[in-house]
Design a protein around this ligand. Structure first.
Ligand code: BES
Ligand code: ZN
Length: 882
């Protein structure tokens, strides 16, 4: 049965504590491919903070109720009512009681991949946000914390491995049958969204970890039979994460076991279920031959992220789903810091800001914009967004910038101490930092409530007569859906004044004070700062390290930016200076492409990139970021209105060819110089060299210089690793169409039995910027290896087309939009969450020029008009059109 397609919005302001609490949950789950039974025994009591005399209302979804008993006695039919989405005990005794519920479900028919389902025959679960109600009737909300004991029974041949949350306390055979069982007990109270179980034929990679206080933890990673050799990197990342969290946050693991299971069919990346993380296998499995450097670093980051949730999310959870950023934003911040410590901090910051701008700034500028903590939602699944995650992490980072490292750590310590075992709110979180540091964070809290990317306009002026430097800062936040008027925010603006020598000047304000750490606090619509003792004209380095997630507009000239690119002590701003020059050029070049005008060459940009390439002091990974030309969607976002994707593509191509031509020698030289000295290693330094080589290769091939294509062919054939092979293949597929079919066929044959690699093969073809691509994609949907049932495959072919092929998705004839709409409609019945995510590709449709805008709108309206849409798709399509 379906839920109501257009349910009433849920409002933060309507929060009420639960009327009934659950102290313990005893589950007895008998796994069967089509008829799994779940017996749940819930020890409940009225909540002293709830409404007196309340019924017990439990959530349910697609469940078959088999039996129901209260304190050991079957319930009469008139004592309860069942709807498709609930089970209500109408007049329960107002005292502690035990409810026994037996339900049945069909895991093989569960294509939504929420609740209990099967992935390649393995039984697994996904309960966040509201999937537990698809397993048993329960108050499915994160502020109901209970202690769980789970007995899992299954056919031994079908599921020799049985895993649950917590520690295993018992296991055995069921005499006279082919079945066996295991009992798992999790001593830590948790919300039901952290429940998980797994049953299947899986290989195990085992290891141990000794915690800071000397407790030994058994570590297990479970993968599809035959793939255990590919789990080593994930295990290593797990152990490094566990150590790091002890050292940096004082967080120690709290069970005897920590298990991770990799499954092939998963809607998301991974899930932090207590003691039993479940992962999309893409974020566990890696070998040099099959995984790229970027796959390795995603694995490291996601393993860390899910592990870090053990304290930020699990020990302290969210009171309600409006508080999602309390665990996600904070945990993203923590995983970013982990990666910064394990790899290169500047390069990590550059990549995170790139991601923030690409996904969050664009979300914030369109119809799906919402605050980091939304105040209303119709479908919570659609709020696992770049805003909640990436902007949520930025807000935590700003808190650290404002309070300093010690103040931040004291606040975190207080948070862990004060709220352990609780379901908390953003107010609780902020109060810990306020109390630990004696800071009023009332105004800062607006970052959680106000949507939209602030614009900061900074004008700097040197006064030679006064030997002073004045910065005038103006902030404004654009209107967003439901929030027409905005207030100024508290913006930590890290700056430097760079002298002609390249040295940072000491920052002394006219009152004699110095901003701590070079951070100015801007908390009004306008502010001015005057620095004294500035004898030479400096160049202002603004928003260093991207200290605030804002759009910066300044009066720095191209010459100033070229200077910063070469001299700034802040590596982020060295990078950003080049990007700023590139954006200015690309925006003009796009206009020129549309009007058939000629533009003077990008000399300043080429010089800045050339200087980076030639600088032996720079990290190759950093240089690879500097010479990367902004993507087409980055350019479109910066243009901001009336975007013609073909003109953007033309401008970008022209620029890349200009760079490849002008810098052919240094690019070819770098390609040679950074060749790997030995066999493949995924470490950050080696990955950085490959990233630089491959960036050089791509520019050379597009420009048709430096033997780019020949080098790419050579690299493809000789590669001992997937990073080089895929980069060579991509370069050939885009810039050497004469070799395309041959190398694509070769790649397919080499990896036909490796689904994660075949995903790359699908994705690559979907991204070719040619008119034939849509037909190729249509044909590929009929390929024997394509399936709408596997989310990774759908995202590879259709998701990459919509997200990473701007000219073809945005075809002027609207065929790209119609194709996506058809796919979304075809998918909605089986996997609405995935369908809704794909539909998110329309999030910037209003920025397009009129013709495409009309066609995108027509496609959205066609989706909206289809009867029987899921709540997930209904929510996205209606907000997109609003
Ligand atoms: N708690 C989420 C997983 C999740 C997301 C469950 C959406 C239900 C709905 C998990 O911690 C997470 O955030 N995973 C990310 C990866 C992470 C590194 C940002 C994901 O799955 O994309
Ligand atoms: Zn998370």
């Amino acid at each position: 049965m379906m839920r109501d397609a257009d349910p009433k919005p849920v409002r933060l302001a309507d929060y009420r504590p639960p009327d009934w609490l659950v102290d313990t949950v005893d589950l007895d789950i008998s796994l069967h491919p089509t008829a799994t039974t779940i017996r749940a025994r819930l020890a409940m009591r009225p909540n002293p903070l709830g409404r007196e005399g309340s019924p017990i209302v439990l959530d349910g979804d697609e469940l078959v109720l088999k039996s129901l008993a209260l304190d050991g006695a079957a319930l009469a039919g008139n004592a309860y009512s069942v709807t498709p989405s609930s089970l209500t005990l109408l007049a329960p005794p107002q005292q502690p009681l035990v409810l026994e519920i037996e339900t049945q479900l069909d895991p093989s028919a569960n294509t939504k991949l929420m609740g209990l389902y099967r992935s390649s025959g393995t039984y697994c679960t996904q309960c966040e946000a509201e999937g537990f109600r698809r397993i048993t009737y329960f108050p499915d909300r994160p502020d109901v914390l209970a202690v769980y004991t789970t007995r899992i029974e299954a056919d031994r041949a079908e599921a020799p491995v049985l895993l649950g949350n917590g520690n295993k306390v018992e296991e055995g055979e069921i005499p006279g049958t082919s079945r066996h069982f295991a009992v798992w007990h999790d001593p830590w109270p948790k919300p039901c969204y952290l429940f998980a179980l797994v049953g299947g034929r899986l290989d195990r990679v085992g290891d141990h970890f000794v915690t800071a206080t000397g407790r030994e933890v058994d570590l297990g990673i479970y993968v599809e039979a035959g793939k255990s050799a590919r789990a080593g990197y994930a295990m290593d990342a797990l152990k490094r994460s566990m150590r790091w969290d002890e050292e940096v946050f004082g967080c120690e693991y709290d069970l005897d076991v920590f298990n991770i299971v990799a499954v092939a069919d998963f809607n998301m990346g991974a899930m932090e279920n207590k003691g039993l993380n479940i992962f999309n296998d893409k974020y566990v499995l890696a070998s040099p031959e099959t995984a790229t450097d970027s796959d390795y670093s995603s694995i490291e980051g996601i393993i860390a992220h899910e592990y870090f949730h053990n304290w930020t999310g699990n020990r302290i959870t969210c009171r309600d789903w409006f508080q999602l950023c309390l665990k996600e934003g904070l945990t993203v911040f923590r995983d970013q810091e982990f990666t910064s410590d394990e790899r290169s901090r500047p390069v990590k910051r550059i990549m995170d800001v790139r991601l923030l701008k690409a996904f969050q700034f664009s979300e914030d500028a369109g119809p799906l914009a919402h605050p980091v903590r939304p105040s209303t939602y119709r479908e919570i699944n659609n709020f696992y967004t770049a805003t909640v995650y990436e902007k949520g992490a930025e807000v935590v980072r700003m808190l650290k910038t404002l309070l300093g490292p010690d103040g931040f750590r004291n606040g975190m310590d207080l948070y862990f101490e004060r709220h352990d075992g609780e379901a908390a709110t953003i107010e609780d979180f902020l109060a810990c930092f306020a109390d630990a540091t004696g800071t009023d964070l009332g105004h800062f809290a607006l970052w959680y409530a106000q949507a939209g990317t602030p614009q900061l306009t900074v004008t700097g002026e040197w006064n030679p007569a006064e030997k002073s430097y004045r910065l005038d800062v103006e902030q404004s936040v654009p209107p967003t859906p439901g929030q027409p008027d905005k207030q100024p925010l508290v913006i930590p603006l890290a700056i430097g004044l760079v002298a002609p020598s390249g040295e940072d000047l000491p920052l002394t304000l006219t009152d004699g004070s110095s901003p701590a750490g070079g951070v100015l606090t801007v908390d009004t619509a306008r502010a001015s700062f005057v620095f004294r003792d500035v004898a030479e004209r400096p160049v202002a380095s603004l928003n260093r390290g991207f200290s605030a997630p804002v759009r910066l507009v300044s009066n720095l000239s191209t010459e100033d930016l070229v200077f910063l690119a070469r001299h700034d002590h802040d590596p982020f701003n060295r990078f950003e200076a080049v990007q700023t020059i590139a954006f200015a050029y690309l925006i003009e070049a796009t206009q020129a492409a549309r009007s058939g005008r000629n533009l003077p060459g990008p000399e300043a940009l080429i010089a800045a990139m050339g200087a980076s390439l030639a600088d032996p002091a720079l990290d190759p990974a950093f240089i690879s970021q500097v010479i990367l030309v902004p993507s087409e969607s980055d350019i479109a976002r910066e243009i901001g209105q009336d975007v013609d994707p073909d003109a953007v593509n033309a401008a970008r191509g022209t620029l890349r060819r200009a760079i490849g031509t002008a810098l052919a020698d240094p690019l070819a030289h770098a390609f040679e110089r950074f060749a790997a000295p030995g066999p493949y290693s995924p470490d950050a330094a080696s990955a950085g060299r490959r990233a630089l080589r491959n960036a050089c290769l791509s520019l050379l091939a597009e420009a048709g210089t430096g033997e780019g294509v020949a080098r790419a062919l050579g690299l493809y054939r000789a590669a001992d690793n997937m990073t080089d092979r895929l980069q060579a293949l991509t370069t050939l597929a885009h810039y050497a169409p004469q070799h395309r079919d041959e190398v694509l066929a070769d790649f397919y044959e080499r990896f036909r039995d490796d689904p994660l690699v075949i995903d790359k093969w699908f994705a690559l073809q979907a991204q070719i910027a040619e008119p034939g691509t849509l037909d190729r994609i249509r044909e590929l949907t009929g390929h024997p290896a394509f399936s709408l049932r596997n989310p990774n495959r759908v995202r590879a072919l259709i998701g990459s087309f919509a997200a990473s092929n701007p000219t073809q998705f945005n075809r002027a004839d609207g065929a790209g939009y119609e194709f996506l709409a058809d796919t979304v409609l075809g998918l909605d019945g089986s996997n609405p969450q995935l369908a809704a995510r794909l539909l998110g590709a329309f999030k910037s449709w209003r920025l397009l020029e009129a013709g495409r805008r009309a066609r995108a709108e027509a496609a959205l309206r066609r989706v909206a008009g289809k009867p029987g849409l899921s709540p997930d798709v209904t929510d996205i399509v209606s907000r997109s059109l609003a």
